[in-house]
Design a protein around this ligand. Sequence first.
Ligand code: PMP
Length: 290
Amino acid sequence: MGLKVYINGEYFEKDEAKISVFDHGLLYGDGVFEGIRSYDRLVFKLEEHVDRLYESSQGIMQNIPLSKKDMIKAVVETLKLNKLDNAYIRLIVTRGVGDLGLDPRKCKFASIIIITDNIKLYPEKLYKEGLAIITVPTPRNMPEALNPQIKSLNYLNNILAKIEAINSGYEEALMFTAHGYVAECTGDNIFIIKNNNLITPPAYLGILKGITRACVMDIAKKAGMTVKEEIITRHNIFTADECFLTGTAAEIIPVVCLDKRTIGDNKPGKITLNLMKEFRKATKTDGVKY
Ligand code: PMP
């Protein structure tokens, strides 16, 4: 039996799981999504992800025809059906099937899709040795135009930045706001540590308010660190003691080099390693069991 995919309350075999070519999610990137992880039959921060999904949906004036409670139930049911203990979960809500025009009023029903799959992990080497990243010319979307706090299906901004990084021989790109402040990476938030202060750009600049980001900020506060959401520049990263990225898929990944300039002492920092350890503990307790 293959992987089953949830579409609008029904389950389909992976190869049969299809949506219409008239779905505005495909035609216009008109929809929202979440990337979620489960660890040993615990969906990490599921309620937070569902809250963000509904907030994103509100941000694009899209109604989700399912309560949050039922959405949580559907995610858990899909995981159980697929007998996945450790999974990557993609939760998608599109505007639904309409015609070839933009008019969202033609889309009568939102499409709800839940894909659960095995998680592909980043190579262990990157966590031990740290990642090298590069700044790219494409700025993050202007929040006044399309707020990056909305996790919409339109990820072209991030994909273009990713291509620029790949073309330069790097796996991850550091993106700036249109005003030149550090924003985030293509699929991860960024943190620096300076004199025992944990610093990350504020969400109002136009970044995704990461759930891993919030979790790491909590852990650091509990450990007695000063946590600041503050504007940072490239200079702050070059002169930081430590640097790391956070995201559901990457978890916490140390960054040791930006634009071929070494950060700290060119290896994952002590505080970063400790936060990684504490984060691992959180993934065992903080979520919905199934
Ligand atoms: N920024 C962007 C642009 C992302 O796509 C993601 C991952 N979805 C993140 C940050 C990290 O967010 P989270 O910790 O909620 O996965």
